[in-house]
Design a protein around this ligand. Structure first.
Ligand SMILES: [Zn+2]
Length: 438
């Protein structure tokens, strides 16, 4: 069910005394406070932002008084797994490890992932994302077997068409590098291209990594595809996949955008290894997406004792080196992560806490908005500017402490200037697929 617009608003109105992250605005002369925020009035006309200016002392005619509450552009969640989502009830992770997660998902995929099963869980995840205020979302689709890939990409094509007025959906093929070899490999790349998708996967292959990466990059370049890879999810300092991807991109002069997800191992390496990898990543023009909640959940779990590290890659050092760094949800309620709700604000809140990003707010507002929008090539997402759609999230929280101390479940979401229904879907809808909680 699509969200309905609650109110028949006039075609013109103002949001008065909204507090916006200045680093997400363009074209307005705004003076940021110590947290990088500024009080503004926003005029919405015919669904677009028509004016963005410092707040006037008196409210304009036809205004919503926001009383200093923050207004953000819709979130951009650039790394999710909607095909796996919400299977936890029938496929829990017995020990919480990454290996068990992968094996449990593979068994569930073989047993259950027919069109309707994937479509209904995918749709459920999209509805959560839209209700929380997400305007663009990229999902990986397990494409390890070509028959499964055909099913899941067909679901994606249908969902993208159904949701086109509400959220921009992109998909990435998730496969071992071997899956791109031979006739099935060419078919997979063609399938991705037919859906306007992105090539990707995990850095595993039977043979050496470099030629397998070269083969993928060449196939992607021939079809004009971007790349989005799961680089490593390990504490092992010898996992040098990030540097290997950078060197492959440089060696092949790959023309597309390349995103590297997770990259946990970087945080465990020597200073010399880190410096060399950061230089190569910058030279290759890679982007990095970190998945803070899932890294915290899966990393450093092996011994059963209390974990000693937080699992994240070196987000501050990457950004300081000039590498675009985004943050995203990753898995929701599947064996890789028992929790999650496709909520961009939860991602930002947990990212801030886990990586200790405060008080550099201005440096990180973009991690769940404009940075992933730029990586995904979405010119109209992730920013506040005159002429862009009035696709906004309105919070009661005024300061950063108020915003992040509570989950902001009373937030409003505007599409084209109009409130949408922000009720979340009920888990009971999926009981016939997943099994009821007894
Ligand atoms: Zn992932």
């Amino acid at each position: 069910m699509m969200p309905s617009h609650l109110s028949a608003r006039p075609d013109q109105h103002w949001l008065h005394r909204a507090r916006v992250p200045v680093s997400l605005t363009e074209g307005a002369e705004l003076e940021a406070d110590a947290e990088g925020l500024a009080l503004v009035d926003i005029e919405i006309r015919n669904g677009l932002i028509a004016t963005l200016q410092p707040a006037a002392a008196e409210p304009p005619a036809n205004a919503d008084h926001l009383d200093g509450g923050q207004v953000w552009p819709l979130f951009v969640d650039m790394h999710t797994h909607l095909d796996k989502g919400h299977i936890w009830g029938r496929a829990p992770n017995a020990d919480g490890s990454h290996g068990t997660a992968a094996r449990t998902v593979a068994a569930d995929r073989r047993a259950h992932w027919r069109f309707e099963d994937v479509a209904r869980r995918f749709d459920f995840g999209v509805r959560c994302a839209v209700a929380h205020g997400t305007g663009a979302l990229r999902t990986h689709l397990d494409s390890y077997e070509i028959a499964q890939a055909e099913t899941s990409w067909a679901v994606f094509g249908e969902q993208r068409r159904q949701w086109a007025d509400h959220i921009d959906l992109q998909a990435v093929a998730m496969a071992r590098l071997d899956a791109y070899q031979g006739a099935d490999g060419a078919r997979l790349l063609d399938l991705v291209a037919e859906h306007g998708g992105v090539a990707g996967g995990i850095l595993k292959s039977e043979g050496p990594l470099a030629p397998a990466l070269d083969h993928l990059l060449q196939g992607a370049a021939e079809r004009g595809l971007d790349l989005d890879l799961h680089v490593d999810e390990t504490h092992d300092p010898n996992a040098q996949g990030l540097r290997a991807v950078a060197e492959a991109v440089l060696r092949n002069r790959f023309p597309g955008t390349v995103t590297c997800g997770h990259c946990c191992s970087l945080a465990r390496q020597s200073d010399d290894d880190i410096a060399l990898t950061l230089a190569r990543v910058k030279a290759a023009g890679l982007a990095v997406v970190t998945l803070p909640m899932v890294n915290l959940y899966l990393q450093d779990r092996g011994t059963g004792g209390t974990p000693h590290w937080r699992g994240l890659t070196l987000v501050k050092e990457l950004r300081a080196a000039g590498v675009p760094v985004a943050a995203a949800s990753d898995n929701c309620r599947d064996p890789f992560f028992a929790f999650g709700d496709h909520d961009g604000l939860e991602v930002f809140r947990e990212f801030v806490r886990i990586a200790q990003l405060d008080p550099d707010w201005a440096g990180w507002f973009g991690a769940v908005t404009r940075t992933p929008a730029a990586i995904m090539g979405l010119a109209r997402r992730g920013r506040l500017a005159v002429g862009l759609p009035a696709d906004l999230v309105l919070f009661r929280g005024r300061s950063m402490s108020e915003l992040l101390a509570r989950p902001q479940t009373d937030r409003r979401v505007l599409h084209r200037g109009r409130d949408i229904d922000t009720a979340l879907p009920d888990y009971r809808e999926l009981d016939d697929l997943i099994g009821a909680v007894s």
